[in-house]
Ligand binder design. Structure first.
Ligand SMILES: Cc1cc2nc3c(=O)[nH]c(=O)nc-3n(C[C@H](O)[C@H](O)[C@H](O)COP(=O)(O)OP(=O)(O)OC[C@H]3O[C@@H](n4cnc5c(N)ncnc54)[C@H](O)[C@@H]3O)c2cc1C
Length: 543
């Protein structure tokens, strides 16, 4: 039997596993990714790649490519509320403002990137192609992990080629388990998930959901409305929402199956006709069930040398679009730390900080989807919402005005995206709690240890984040400090450290010196060169 050895084995080639492969490859870490499917996802789920994920992709050099290959990027991002897809439109939210690179009032620059609507159909091939370009990484579609042995020294994985049936073994120092919701790796250790299991009452998206991936080229024309990325169907017969995939002919329709009904008995044509509200020709490309109303987080993010990322670690209700995006944050976090171990400067407790940092974020982000789902589930639709008369028109107007305001928080998530803070991380020099509340709709830039550091423009096309290195950076915002003590301490421990000198807007940074991690979170800051630079470097490398 063929036997191979590598530093990291990644199990699972969804968006999260592929992101881990790109990050490890970017850092020249030897890795093998195996995934059982022969191709990237053909039945799409995800549509929103948020601005924080795009910041990671920008650092990895692929955000431009993602934007250029997102068919919907050329349309203004909009959400429509309708009675039926071809029925009455009752409200519309333009997301241009909430997706701007500035804050909602337009006064403060927040990020060089903005959230983008891109179906998994288009995102995954870009991630795969870029992972395949990395020299230290081997990407293998069509290979299943059929079992593994874990020990304190590493993992030994049994692999099967699903086309030939041939078996082989891969030993690795570490495993990134990006193996999705069922996560055989997490189950292997008997690690459960805690939280909401989908049985919420009065939630718009909960329990059994059914997705149809359809081709309906005439749908926009038949609707007689302006196109929107996302369309909510609001009537007394059916609960559904529709995502455009390519701005033209392909659509995803999500339908809530009534309680007690088996999804296999659902009459597809009847459901889709009820969603459209008039005969529209369509072809079902694929369909399948999924569980709504989830807010589940794994009880542990690590077992021995195995790290759970993405859906293997958390399962959310997709409203607000945070499942994959949180997973991308997981992949980035664990990958730069594994690179530190490969390069030899990571300390013995560095990897333990993965769960300490990311699990609280999983718990925090899990709340958004269920809250939005419950809020929308409480909507009392007017009885006459579909009536063609004057009273029906008036009822739709009043309800529409309410809906566009009540639903806004689902899309205004800059606080959740940029406001992640690693409050109890042992590799951060904490300074007590900040007075700035962690809200999901409003990001307030703070130079607080543990938080993402505020970004600002250096030129029209380059920002502060762009200047930071792939490893730690020492940012110096003054002319009267010599970087040498930190540079020497880092060199002493083999920690790559880049020095960046610049002048941020005065209100963004209270400090004169900032030690910034590869993932742009603040590890330490101060006003002058400390005497204990070696102690600081040791702490932040997990020693
Ligand atoms: C309707 C819906 C809409 C969504 N919209 C969004 C959104 O807009 N934004 C967002 O951030 N999230 C969204 N999500 C969530 C998002 O789809 C998931 O969080 C994301 O796909 C998880 O990625 P992953 O790589 O962790 O897992 P997956 O995409 O599930 O990939 C795991 C891979 O591992 C493979 N695998 C499993 N076991 C093995 C094995 N033994 N050997 C080899 N390979 C194996 C699987 O075949 C699979 O390819 C949505 C989810 C749903 C259901």
């Amino acid at each position: 039997m063929k036997k191979e050895n590598t530093f990291v084995i990644i199990v699972g080639g969804g968006p999260v596993g592929l992101t881990a492969a790109i990050e490890l490859g970017h850092r020249n870490v030897p890795a093998i990714l195996i995934t059982e499917n022969l191709e990237t996802a053909k039945h799409p789920r995800c549509n929103n790649t948020n601005a924080r994920s795009m910041e990671h992709f920008r650092r990895l050099g692929i955000s431009e490519e993602i934007r250029a290959n997102a068919p919907l990027a050329k349309y203004p991002p909009q959400v429509a509320f309708v009675t039926r897809f071809c029925g009455h439109e009752i409200g519309r939210i333009d997301l241009t403002k909430s997706r701007s690179t500035t804050n909602l009032s337009g006064t403060e620059f927040q990020s060089a990137e903005r959230s983008i609507t891109i179906s998994q159909l288009f995102l995954e091939p870009i991630l795969k192609r870029n992972a395949e370009l990395k020299k230290s990484v081997s990407i293998r579609f069509g290979f299943r992990m059929i079992g593994f042995v874990s020990s304190p020294e590493g993992v030994l994985v049994d692999v099967q080629n699903i086309q030939t049936g041939e078996r082989s073994q891969i030993s690795a120092s570490y495993m990134i388990a990006a193996d999705g919701a069922r996560s055989p790796a997490r189950r292997h250790f008997g690690i459960g998930m805690t939280g909401e299991d989908g049985q919420m009452e009065n939630a718009f998206v909960a329990g059994s959901m059914l997705t149809y991936f359809i081709r309906a080229p005439s749908l926009i024309a038949e609707s007689g409305r302006k196109p929107a990325n996302l369309t909510w169907i609001l009537n007394h017969e059916i609960r559904a929402f529709v995502f455009s995939q390519d701005g033209g002919e392909r659509w995803i329709v999500h339908y809530r199956i009534p309680e007690g009904v088996d999804w296999k008995t659902v009459h597809h044509e009847k459901v889709l006709n009820a969603v459209f509200g008039k005969p529209v020709s369509f072809e079902i490309i694929s369909s399948g069930p999924w569980a709504g109303g989830l807010a589940l987080v794994a009880d542990q993010y690590q077992a021995e040398r195995v790290f759970f990322v993405g859906d293997a670690a958390h399962l959310f209700t997709p409203l607000g679009g945070f499942g994959m995006n949180t997973g991308i944050g997981d992949a980035i976090n664990v990958s730069w730390k594994l690179a530190a171990m490969f390069e030899g400067w990571g300390g013995p407790s560095l990897l333990d900080t993965y769960g300490a940092e990311r699990r609280p974020i999983g718990l925090r982000n899990s709340r958004l989807g269920v809250k939005c789902s419950q809020r929308k589930g409480a909507w009392q639709l007017p009885l006459n919402i579909e009536d063609a008369d004057e009273a029906g028109e008036q009822a739709r107007r009043v309800f529409g005005e309410f809906a566009v305001v009540d639903d806004l928080e689902e899309y205004n998530t800059s606080g959740m995206q940029f406001g992640e803070r690693y409050e109890n991380s042992p590799i951060i020099f904490h300074q007590g709690a900040t007075q700035i509340a962690d809200t999901w709709d409003n990001y307030v830039p703070i130079d607080h240890p543990g938080a993402r550091v505020p970004d600002f423009k250096i030129t029209e096309t380059e920002t502060f984040h762009d200047q930071l290195g792939d490893s730690y950076s020492l940012a110096i915002f003054t002319n009267d400090v010599d970087a040498k003590p930190f540079v020497d301490a880092a060199a002493n421990r083999g920690v790559p450290l880049q020095v960046v000198k610049c002048a941020p807007p005065a209100h963004l940074y209270q400090c004169k010196l900032a030690l910034i991690r590869p993932d742009r979170h603040l590890a330490w800051h101060g006003d002058s060169m400390p005497v204990n630079t070696l102690e600081i470097i040791d702490r932040l490398r997990g020693s």
